[in-house]
Design a protein. Sequence first.
Length: 172
Amino acid sequence: MFYRTIKRFFLKKYIKKRLSQGLTDVNQDSIKTIGVLVDETVFFETEKLIQEFKKYSAGQFKINLLVYRKKPKKNEKVNHAFYTFSNVSLSGEIRKTEVDNFVNFPFDMLVSYYYFSNSDLELVTLKSKAKFKVGFENINNQLNHFFIKTQVEKYVEFIEVLFNYLKILKKI
């Protein structure tokens, strides 16, 4: 418990320092690759979320998923790349290859699908090399280029609004 509190404090401090440098500029390129970061400690419909993305993209985009979750049970089968609290160090270093690859891949768009502030998720969003970042309105507004105001359970509405705005912005 004490370690968790100390770790959160140092991660928040690290994030605040990195955010003071500002976000990268948004480029005008169309979207071909999408990274989706999901908090499975709160949102449990990851499969339906991905199916909805595929429905709207009609095979047009390559979608990559990373899930933040509690430590899986011994015999539990996990279908997606994931990370946990223990995969992030006190200094903000990521200690899992899958997560590091996700962060360093230059996605055309990163969707930060988490509704509550969590320094482990915010760290991945911050470190991501994505060219265009989208998230919920109530999360730190310095992390994303574009915000959608809805609830995490309303994933269909989120994706519908997102794709409508992507068309307006001529990203798709």
